[in-house]
Structures are given as structure tokens and as C-alpha cells.
Design a protein around this ligand. Sequence first.
Ligand code: ADP
Ligand code: MG
Length: 377
Amino acid sequence: MSVARLTTYNFRNLSSVAIDLHPKLNFFVGDNGSGKSSLLEAIFFLGHGKSFRTSKVEHLACYETDNFVVSIKDVNDLQLGLSKNLQTGVTLIKINGERHARLSELAKNIAVQIVTPESFKLFFGGPKERRRFVELGMFHVKHDSSKQWREFNRVLKQRNACLRQNLNKETLNYWTSLFCQLSEEVAEVRAHYINSLISELPYWLEILLPSIADKVTVQYLQGWPQKKPLIDALQDSHERELAFGYSIYGAHKFDVKFLIAKQALESQLSRGQQKLFLLALTFAQAKLIARVKRVKPILLIDDIGAELDANSRESLSRALSILDCQVVITAIEEGVLQPFINDTCVNDIESSNKTKYHMFHVKHGGILPVNNSVKIE
Ligand SMILES: Nc1ncnc2c1ncn2[C@@H]1O[C@H](COP(=O)(O)OP(=O)(O)O)[C@@H](O)[C@H]1O
Ligand SMILES: [Mg+2]
């Protein structure tokens, strides 16, 4: 999907926004605190049912209000809406006006990836963010495995409960056996997915970070010692598991490591280069999502000027022009957008209104289209 119209009501400082997006390139320019990240957060919220910067949903409602709404309409008139009432705690999920119970129903229709100035610190800072990244890609690319993943998580919960309550051996053995079987299955599908990601990555690195493109190696860690059956690893660590009260090995503990000359990539690259690397990886994943043709990926880039010099922005604009994807970019200064609005970099074949991009100014939570980029009817 690509978003044709976005509306928000009482979302952060965006009390009432209704804007028409370009199918390819969208720019939001405004001072600090104007509402740029909030706008990306609203789109992200629809795709994920949560924010990328807070785990507390009540932070998302405009101060002194207790109900907020985000909705979008795509180019084929598909409508997705998500609203939250903080007083009743009710989350309303709507697809074409019909109520749905599961967020995953909504998420199936929209694949949103984001890169913020903090992303690379989180991504290289610990496995949690790397897992999230891969899980999003798998959700869209290997959608058939979603059921298996849900089942795995159900069994993991049961097994953890057994460990926490130190239940009898028979019950634990029952769940352990199921857990091992599902872990092996999930790990296999995931290995397949990560292999496709690894194959796609060099193409984007060649554009964004050519100096290291052929030096990167990627390691997939399945979640337990590579050369041991999971059941043996669990048996060997039985006492520790009981002490912790949860499963210390299994498919949920997977990780992906990036290396240059056998050293952690993040210890070798500058902050700007780490950001470019993460962008390349995000582009690779977007490409895989686009290739399965279920949904068209949407890419959000917050504060594009942060950490990226003019050459890097040129490379990024080249990469964006190749990727078939809707992009929403924010910037504090319009000047940093120059490479992206350069004619030669923009593929406008898909553009419905013959403009090459839409540009907006954001001020105090209000969003105004800039005239020369968008036809106002
Ligand atoms: N729940 C909320 N209700 C109203 N305003 C909020 C809420 N949360 C944050 N804000 C304010 O919204 C403004 C916009 O924040 P943000 O989108 O992060 O700005 P930008 O990314 O443009 O720098 C900030 O001034 C912030 O204080
Ligand atoms: Mg911001």
C-alpha cells in the first residue's frame, strides 16, 4: 500500500491533520518540536499498533485528551483506522469501516519501516531491536510462518510458566519437547529469510557504503549453541533455567551479527557510516517485502540531516530513486533535501498528479502543503 491520505485526531500535538501524500516522495520540514516525529509516529502506529519512541500508549494522546485516532486511505481506497480510548482502554481497529479484533489484521496491509537518528544506536546496542527488525521482515515476506510463530510464542509462555512455578518434570518435559520442535522449525524458516536478506544487502551497500560493501559478513545465531541439539543445551542448563524462571535458549533468542574483518561492525564504523549501513539493511528488507507483492513498503526517515553529509545524502537519494517504495522524510532545514528534489533523482512515473514529490511545512502541530510541490484542488 502507499498512503494517499493521512488523518490524525488528537495524536500528540497533531490535534487535527488531514494531508494527501505523494505515492513516492514526501518531505516534512519544520523546527524542533513542531511535530515532525509525531507525524512519522502516527504512520508507524498504524503499521505496528505501537510507537517507536514510547511503550506507553497514553503518551500518544494529545495532552488533556483521552481519545486519539489515526487513519489512512490508500491509492485503491482501502481504509485503515486505529483509535484508542484511554478512559475505557478500548482500541478500535478498523479496515474499510469494519471492526477487527487483531492488530495483525491491520499490520498485514501496511509494512512500515523507520530509521531515526537513534535507530543505529538501538540496532547495534542489543539484540532486541535486531530481532524486531527481522521479525517485521518475516511477517511480511514469510507470512505463512506467522501462525507457526504465534504457536511458538504460546508454547514458550507455557514452558516459562512451568519453569517459574517449578512444576513436575513430566509437564516440563511435555512443553520442552514441543518447544524444541517448534524452535527448530522457526529457526529454519528464519535462516532462509536471513539468507535472502544477506543476498540483497550488498546491492544497497554498494550504493550507500561502497568502501565496505565487500568486507561485511553476517552471522545468524539461531538462539542456542550452533553445534548442539536444543534439547541437550536445555538439559545442560536446567538449573540455570529454574533459577531464572524462563527459557534461556530457543528460537526467541536468535540474533544477527554484522562483522568487518571479524570485528563487530559498530566498533569499526563512524556513526554516520553505521546509519548508512542500517539504511542499506532497511532498503534490502524493503526490497524483499516489495518482491512478494503483498504490500508495498513504506519507509520513514526522521531528521535526514542528522549524521549524514552531503555525499551520503546524494547516495541515499540514488538508493531511494531505485527502491519502489513510498518514502516520508523529515528535516529541520529544507537545504538538506536538495539532493532528493533534484529532477534526475526522482522517478515520477507512478506519480498520480504529475508532481515529483509533496513537501509540507510543519509548525506547532499544523501541517501545510508547500505550493510548488503539490497541486491544491
Ligand atoms: N501527548 C502530547 N500532546 C501534545 N503535545 C505533545 C505530546 N507529546 C509531545 N508533545 C509535544 O509535541 C511537540 C512535537 O514533538 P515532535 O513531533 O517530537 O517534534 P519534532 O520531531 O518536530 O522535533 C513537542 O513540542 C512536544 O513537546
Ligand atoms: Mg523529531
